[in-house]
Write a protein that binds this ligand. Structure first.
Ligand code: THU
Length: 136
């Protein structure tokens, strides 16, 4: 488990990342902050598209920036959405987490003002997942 200071820092950086959101269609902005096992933090936001399908979520933006940089080991991600309820990662983002993260990877989700924060693990969010182990 990450400590509460790190958790708060991830939430702060996720809120900051949400300000970079490009979401003119849904008007739902999301920010994420992804922590690597060696303590680096990658931020991401959702980026929408007029053709809808190319839209990418905040979580995957953060992951792909980190993966590009050569990072492969992750401890936690904080996600903040602009809604009244916590922004739970979509199924596609959970599957991306399944590619790179262990069962105990922490997923911290928050609503807009941080009044509701929920912490889960990858296991609790995506049980019986298909992943790299299935193709060995
Ligand atoms: N979105 C995220 O960025 N992360 C999630 O976990 C859920 C959905 C974005 C995608 C789209 O830009 C907007 O929220 C509405 O679906």
């Amino acid at each position: 488990m990450i400590d509460s200071q790190t958790r708060n820092e991830l939430l702060r950086l996720a809120a900051q990342a949400r300000e970079r959101s490009y979401s003119p269609y849904s008007h739902y902005s999301v920010g994420a902050a992804l922590l690597t096992k060696d303590g680096k933090i990658y931020q991401g936001c959702n980026i929408e598209n007029a053709s809808f399908t190319p839209t990418i979520c905040a979580e995957r933006t953060a992951f792909f920036k980190a993966i590009y940089d050569g990072e492969r080991d992750f401890s936690a991600i904080a996600v903040i959405g602009s809604g009244d309820s916590p922004a739970y990662p979509c199924g596609v983002c959970r599957q991306v987490m399944a590619e790179f993260c262990n069962s105990d990877f922490e997923i911290i989700t928050s609503n807009r003002d941080g009044s509701e924060v929920v912490t889960e693990t990858l296991d609790s969010m995506l049980l019986h997942r298909f992943g790299p182990k299935d193709l060995q």
